[in-house]
Structure formats: C-alpha cells, structure tokens
Design a protein. Sequence first.
Length: 480
Amino acid sequence: MVKICCIGAGYVGGPTMAVISLKCPNIQVAVVDISTARINAWNSDTLPIYEPGLDEVVKKCRGKNLSFSTDVEKHVAESDIVFVSVNTPTKTQGLGAGKAADLTYWESAARMIADVAKSNKIVVEKSTVPVKTAEAIEKILTHNSKGINFSILSNPEFLAEGTAISDLLNPDRVLIGGRETPEGKKAIEALRDVYAHWVPVDRILCTNLWSAELSKLAANAFLAQRISSVNAMSALCEATGADVSQVAHAVGKDTRIGPKFLNASVGFGGSCFQKDILNLVYICECNGLPEVATYWKQVIKVNDYQKTRFVNRIVSSMFNTVSGKKIAVLGFAFKKDTGDTRETPAIDVCKGLIGDKAKLSIYDPQVNQDQIQRDLSMKKFDWDHPVHLQPMSPTSVKDVSVVWDAYTATKDAHGICILTEWDEFKNLDYQKIFNDMQKPAFVFDGRNVVDAEKLRKIGFIVYSIGKPLDDWLKDMPAVA
Ligand code: NAD
Ligand code: UGA
C-alpha cells in the first residue's frame, strides 16, 4: 500500500490530505504537525478549521486510511511520498525583510526528512515557495542523504478557503512540476497516479519545476491584480457617478476578461495574496527587474489605498471624527464561510478607526474574541508563524468589544461597517437596527451586500463601495 505523509496540518495540509484519503482508499495518509493542539483538534469533533464539507470527509476517512499525529519522524520515515505544507511567511528580519519568503519552517522540515529517511522518497512542495526553492531543498536533501534518493516535485495548491472541499474535489487543474530526468519523470507519474483517482487526466498539468513554482505565485498575483483593478475603478466610479457593479458586469461580459473576481471590496485579505506578491516583487528585484517589481507592488499599494479610503470615508462622513463614537463592525474574517482572519482587511480598518478613537463593537459568526484581540495587537507578519512562536499573551485592545450577534453590536451605535460578506448580513432586520441606533445612522458597506435603496428608505445614510454617493457624502473627501 502506498503511504503518504503530509508535514503541516493547516488550512492546506488538512483538507488536501482528507480529500486524497477519501478518493484513494488504497493509500494510507498521515498528516503530521509540531502543534499538539492542532493535531488534537483534528482528532476531535471540533476540527481546527471551519470549512464547509470538511467535517464529513474527515469523519468518513479518519481511523481508516487517514490519521493525524504529532509523531512527525515516524510517519515521514514510513512514507513513500512526503508532502510539505508548512508555513512560508514573509520574513520579518534580515535580508529581504518585509518581502522575501521565510523558508525556516521548510528548511527544518527538509533537514528532518533527510535525517529520518531510510528509503527513497518523493518530496512534494505543497507550500507556496519562491521559484527555485526546489533547487535549495534538493541540495539539503542530497547533501544529507546517506545514499537515499529523493525526487523533488512542485505541486502547488490552488484551493480557496470557504470552498476548499469543492475546489479539491473538482479542481480547474492540478499542477505537477518535476525534473526532466528519468527519475523526475517517474516521480511525476507516481503523483499523477494519485490525483488520477478522481481528477480527469487532461486537468493534470505536468511542467518543469520552475514553471510550477512560478505559476503559483503568478496565479495569485493575477487574481489579486483583478481585485485591485476593480477597486481602483471603484474610486473612479464614486468620483463620477458610475456604478462599479454595472461596470464590472459590462467588462466581465467580454469572454476574454470573464466575470469572476471582479467584486469591488474594502480590499483583499487572506494569508496569501499579499505574502505571495511581496515574494514575487522580491524575486523580481533580485533578478534585476525593478520595473516588473514596481508593476506588481502597485497591486498591494492599491489594496492599502482602498482600506485607507474606506476608513477616511467613515471618519469624514461622521463629522470628521469618530472619537468616542460606537461603530459596529459586522464581519472580521477575510471572506465569508471561513473563520480565518489572516491579513483580513478588517484589521487595518479597525486599527484606522481605533486610531481616531472610535469604540468598536465587533461581530463575526466564526471569529471569537481571543482571535480578534490577538489580531488587533499583533505585529505585521507575526500571525503567519506557528502559534507557539507568536507573542504569548497579546495585550487586549481597549475600546474593542466582541459580541455574539449583529443586534447587540449595532445597538446604540453611530455607524455600522460591513467588512465580510456573510449572507446573514443581507437579511438582518435593518428597521429594528435603525430604531436602536444613534441618529444620523450610517452604514458603510465594504462588501456591497446590503440593498442600499431599501436602507435609505428606512433612514440610513449609506455608503456602498464604488456606487453613486449619497448626497451626504458627496462633498466629503475620502482621500486625505
Ligand atoms: P497553516 O499555518 O495553516 O499550516 C501550516 C502548519 O505547518 C502549521 O500547523 C504549523 O504548525 C506546521 N508546521 C510548521 N513547521 C513544521 C514542521 N517543521 N514540522 C511539522 N509541522 C510544521 O498554513 P496554510 O494556510 O496551510 O499554508 C501552508 C502553505 O500553503 C503556505 O505556503 C501557503 O502559502 C500555501 N497555501 C495556502 C492556501 C490557503 O488557502 N491557506 C492555499 C494555497 C496555498
Ligand atoms: C486565494 C486564491 O483564490 C486561491 O486560488 C489560492 O490557492 C489561495 O489564495 C492561496 O494561495 O492561499 P483565498 O485567499 O482563500 O484563495 O480566497 P479568495 O476567494 O481568493 O479571496 C481572497 C480575498 O479577495 C478575500 O478577502 C476576498 O473577499 C477578496 N475578493 C475576492 C474580493 O475582494 N473581490 C473578489 O472579486 C474576489
């Protein structure tokens, strides 16, 4: 029986391996991690991540051909294929700080594989890594190999959170990069056989190592660039009276452009877009391509601009100060259907409002108080390190309360900001909310989820990203 081990039981390692075990009953899959808490959660009824459909898959396979363990070395030693799906955060110190990928966790995993291996192995890069990482990993493995053969493959993951299980069950493509040697080709075949259990072969793309590594960074950069493009348009729409949803619809009808990923928002978040683009920028700089680096850097700059613009809209609309005012924040996760808050735009928006001395009352159906306090007090990029390496007890941020429903959050508030597009925010009883708020009552919709006209009829002053402005907002600049 083929044995697979995955190092890193996170958002990628857990769901990916669960689906492999579901679709390949003849393969034994072990997911290992240094975090005991995470592994305990994977073995419990409350999984460590919220992802629609994940519970069912894990319950079906756990105890059969899927296991979760902290015994990293044992499972690595026993396996034929080792996936490495550890974090690859942005470096915070030293050469490339603030841009380059920190490969500490990857390197330590590679050294451990070399240490414990007693038989030939295929080592698969599942984490997103800088192009040419496989070369470095290969060196670590071969210099420590004791005669064992390691074949390195790049098999980047394209799942999105919130839809991870359906993305994994029905991927647009699976990408496998390998060396163009006989051993490299054999390794590609072995991994292709795993995916071929459920993915049509014409969707399994095989390339050289560097193309696979770079395609992952390129795909995230292209996706984020679409969002920054539509968000840049949203600012122009507000200035001209155009409606960004209508513009996006008209633009997206062109089959060469397509309709997806054109929703204007308060800004993109998530653990990867910013990290991967910064990494791309750094690689371009290192390769003597400053113009290319500047081009991609602009995607991040527009994203930061969009978040600042949103905060400025709130403050300028509310008589140029939110000091002492209660602002209800609806949604904190970086998108709906996930409890993940990594790089969520809510962090920057909340910090901006706190900077102007607002009192925040935050509600998100999947994010708890501890996480929100941690996010608001943590330094940039600290979040992407394993929990045991993060600051121990973050000081709780004053003037922030976290509540468990939207009505409590909005009671007596002066304004509401919607920062995540949770479906429940569409159908709240806005008349009741209006009755219980201070007047004038404001709604700042950072995700275009509410029916602005309906809310205006109730009496709200509404700001929707990229939509024709309320008279109230017209003469109040969003850019300082
Ligand atoms: P994560 O932080 O959720 O999980 C990583 C896990 O690796 C952690 O549980 C950590 O404890 C563990 N780990 C770190 N070093 C280890 C070691 N030496 N031995 C054993 N375990 C170790 O991260 P994630 O979101 O799953 O992302 C992992 C990689 O996949 C990143 O490179 C990311 O860019 C990429 N990726 C993420 C997504 C996503 O949606 N989150 C999608 C595609 C690709
Ligand atoms: C993204 C990619 O979609 C995945 O293909 C990739 O594997 C993953 O990053 C990764 O490498 O980590 P994810 O970040 O989970 O997935 O979620 P997305 O659906 O891409 O959303 C990212 C952010 O963009 C969210 O904050 C979302 O609200 C925002 N977004 C998305 C918009 O503002 N507008 C859109 O039209 C789409």
